[in-house]
Design a binder for this molecule. Structure first.
Ligand code: BTN
Length: 255
């Protein structure tokens, strides 16, 4: 039996359309191949055979239990702080999940959705390189991760089923996420990243912590003091503040 009812999600969320697959290679890949679809078009699957994570990693996407969702969005403007877009998505997802009582969601830069140090959801924003105005926003959310797949994942993870005893209505959950996403993307198109900075920092898991960030062969150490107007992580070493932009850096907490 399917976990999701696309018709119900469409009615509840008012997005422009939904394509549902019991199984697909990657929902992001599907929308990247259909960028002629209207803004707000959604692809949902119950299994991905080639789920993609950030930095070329695999997103473990076993059948029935989790959410694999992508949203196509056309921005009217080219001049937007694109590097902050994935942080905007993180804020929208955190706000949607905050509607579930007792789940203390926070964000790890740039956009991992975490609960108590365990990853609950991942976000992958992709675009066709020739056109930044059209983006595909991918979200993988662990609702019920089968135990036999957990060993395939190198990092500590969690799922909604372990975090709440309340029954989760998957269609309402997806619709809530989509509504938050649409509101956030419309605001980002008008005002850029500025309206999201305070919200992002309020969800920030590692604000004030010491961190080491690897970028290529260089390792930068410092205290995380927040993010800037482009979504870069700000690391302070003495009087020097270094902005860390998207790319390959991985934040490792020292303390
Ligand atoms: C991460 O590495 O944290 C990002 C993971 C993003 C996974 C989602 S699942 C739906 C969409 N389709 C994909 O192939 N990847 C994203």
């Amino acid at each position: 039996m399917s976990l999701f009812d696309p018709q119900q999600i469409l009615t509840l969320s008012q997005v422009s359309g939904i394509q549902y697959f019991p199984s697909i290679d990657s929902t992001n890949q599907y929308l990247l191949q259909h960028t002629d679809y209207p803004s707000g078009y959604v692809c949902i699957a119950e299994q991905q055979t080639a789920g993609r994570g950030r930095n070329g990693r695999v997103w473990v996407s076993p059948p029935t239990g989790n959410l694999y969702l992508s949203l196509l969005w056309h921005f009217p403007l080219q001049k937007l702080p694109w590097s902050s877009l994935s942080l905007v998505v993180g804020v929208a997802v955190a706000k949607a999940l905050a509607e579930y009582p007792n789940i203390a969601v926070n964000l790890k830069w740039p956009n991992d959705v975490m609960v108590a140090g365990n990853k609950l959801a991942g976000i992958l924003v992709e675009t066709l390189s020739r056109d930044k105005m059209t983006v595909v926003i991918g979200l993988g959310l662990n609702i019920h991760m089968p135990t036999n797949y957990r060993d395939d994942i190198q990092k500590p993870i969690t799922d909604l089923a372990s975090l709440t005893t309340n029954r989760i209505n998957p269609n309402l959950l997806v619709a809530t996420i989509l509504k938050q996403l649409v509101t956030a993307l419309e605001l980002f198109a008008k005002k850029g990243f500025a309206p999201f900075i305070a919200d992002w920092e309020s969800y920030h898991a590692n604000q004030g912590a010491l961190a080491s960030v690897s970028q290529g062969n260089t390792v930068i150490e410092g205290k995380i003091i927040g993010i800037n107007a482009e979504g870069a992580l700000l690391l302070q070493q003495g009087d020097i503040i270094t902005p860390i932009y998207s790319g390959e850096p991985s934040v490792k907490l020292i303390k």
